[in-house]
Design a protein around this ligand. Structure first.
Ligand SMILES: [Zn+2]
Length: 127
């Protein structure tokens, strides 16, 4: 007998995105009904690079969940947004290229992350 090591971590990541997509579809359904519509044709999500969410896993979860939802015929659009930091010394925004959030001008690490952690339902196309 031998033991096979499984990719347990990957399952957890998938579960995470599955739950996120489930809530996204619930919110989208509420918004659609509130607008007097019955169908969703397109959902647009804004996913920050530092949100910890994997866009491919979101798509996978969406494909699995949508047949049971009012988004059955919908397309999913994911806009990945960059990690933007503010450097107080240079008084400028910059895109963080690594997890040290180092300013490309003065090389100081920034503690002021302005965007990049968001996970938003940006828009819906409904009828
Ligand atoms: Zn700087």
């Amino acid at each position: 007998m031998r033991q096979v090591k499984l990719a347990g971590e990957a399952v957890i990541v998938f579960m995470h995105e599955f739950g996120i997509m489930q809530s996204t579809l619930e919110i989208a359904a509420q918004k659609t009904r509130a607008a007097g519509a019955t169908q969703i044709h397109r959902l647009k999500l804004r996913v920050g690079k530092l949100s910890g969410v994997v866009p491919e896993a979101l798509r996978f979860a969406f494909e699995g969940l949508k047949p049971e939802s009012i988004a059955a015929g919908a397309a999913l659009e994911i806009e990945e947004t960059p990690a933007i930091c503010w450097c107080p010394d240079c008084r400028a925004e910059f895109e963080a290229m690594d997890l040290k959030y180092e300013c490309p001008r003065c090389r100081q690490p920034s503690g002021d992350l302005r965007s990049g952690r968001e996970l938003d339902l940006a828009s819906l196309e409904i009828s």
